[in-house]
Write a protein that binds this ligand. Structure first.
Ligand code: 1CP
Length: 361
């Protein structure tokens, strides 16, 4: 049997599972290097601000109509190679019944931070039945997106623990680390609990049709490699393991594992069960490929600030990243962290066009 494309569909893929994003994630040959942007939904888009007007962030995340439309906006505008679900890493906690608000200009704020062993044990579990809105949004989205893959996501146990313990955004995460050292058993129970809810949240998205998942351990870079390996990594591995046994035939999708400032952790991060390791701008991709070792694709690593620079700088940086990314078995172009709020959306569209032009096979 030949593998000729179906007549009338010259660039035929066989759906999102054959997309360049999935192919690059698994280290397969691609038609063009895929590109998408963390925080592409929301933030810099005027059509997002218009749609969100009058609706609180966490309410928007639980409204399937809004989630679908906001997720599609950057795909339509920029022609990116993947959609990322519009949601937030704290949503599984909110749905479980924890009192959290996302304050504009601040981020997630927790009414009763976790400060004691009793607080850990009192945390409610996430019931999968409460995620009907999520399954609805994901299945609508996958129907609308056609061959474009939808990336589902969850916050990793450590990063969620920083919000629960600090009570909101923080820089040093000192209370979190102090709790980790002072209450090692409660820490284990807390992260185990968070790994179960992250796995439930991801599984719902995969079952409803997501084509890839990303685990955001945004703040893991504040840890030493030893603390990360012994007190955090096993719980991130539990999230990916909780997605089901690949060998047992559960519906499976590529797994991206991302953190900021993780240069020293790169040799460990893939170990959680990732296919793709996210890299920020601090480590060049050829060096990152060496640190993660064979068997992983890379995602990244344009500095989001470069989107605010002149076009000459932007083009030079994109070309450098395309070249350095060739050192990995597969490369998904992205930022090293999320789109900054005052980014000109035109710069994002320009990067998509340039990447496609530079990498067309
Ligand atoms: O009212 C608003 O518009 C609030 C701004 C906002 C938005 C648009 C927040 C609050 N979250 C989101 C959406 C969001 N959050 C997405 C959407 C999909 C996309 O386009 O990428 C995603 C993937 C997230 C994930 C998220 N939330 C992370 C991990 C990614 C990262 O940036 O590291 C983190 C750390 C959060 C917490 C959070 N939620 C919101 C803010 C402002 C923050 C960060 C606060 C802090 O600095 O600690």
């Amino acid at each position: 049997m030949g593998t000729a494309a179906t007549p009338g569909t010259p660039n035929a893929t066989t759906g999102p599972a054959d997309s360049d994003l999935v192919r690059a994630a698994l280290g397969r040959e691609v038609r063009r290097t895929p590109v998408w942007f963390m925080r592409q939904a929301g933030r810099s888009l005027p059509e997002y601000r218009a749609l969100r007007a009058g609706t609180a962030m966490l309410a928007a995340c639980q409204d399937p109509d809004l989630v679908t439309e906001i997720t599609l906006q950057p795909v339509r505008r920029h022609g990116v190679d993947a959609a990322i679900l519009f949601s937030d890493i704290v949503l599984p906690l909110v749905v479980a019944g924890i009192d959290i608000d996302i304050k504009p200009g601040v981020g997630p704020v927790i009414a009763h931070p976790v400060r004691s062993v009793a607080d850990v044990d009192a945390l409610p579990d996430l019931e999968p039945e409460a995620l009907g809105f999520l399954a609805t949004a994901v299945s609508r989205l996958t129907a609308e997106l056609g061959d474009t893959p939808l990336i589902g996501f969850a916050g990793a146990p450590f990063t969620l623990a920083t919000y629960l313990i600090e009570g909101g955004p923080s820089k040093e995460h000192a209370r979190t680390k102090a709790f980790m050292y002072a209450e090692p058993q409660a820490w284990e129970r807390l992260l185990a609990k968070l790994s179960v809810s992250a796995a439930v949240f991801l599984r719902t998205q995969v079952d409803a049709g997501a084509s890839a998942v990303q685990l955001f351990d945004s703040w893991a870079g504040v840890l030493s490699a030893t603390d990360y390996a012994t007190r955090v990594l096993p719980h991130s591995r539990a999230v990916f393991d909780g997605l089901g046994d690949r060998a047992a035939g559960v519906r499976d999708v590529p797994r991206v594992h991302f953190g900021v400032g993780t240069g020293e952790l790169l040799p460990l991060i893939g170990d959680a069960g990732a296919d793709v390791v996210g890299v920020d701008w601090r480590v060049p991709l050829d060096e990152a490929a060496r640190r993660v070792g064979p068997g992983y694709s890379l995602q990244g690593n344009l500095d989001p600030a470069v989107l605010l620079a002149d076009r000459e700088t932007l083009d030079r940086e994109v070309r450098r990243i395309v070249e350095q990314g060739r050192a990995a078995r597969g490369h998904v172009i992205n930022l090293g962290h999320g789109v900054l709020p005052d980014t000109d959306p035109g710069a994002i569209t320009h990067v998509v066009e340039l990447v496609h032009e530079l990498t067309a096979r």
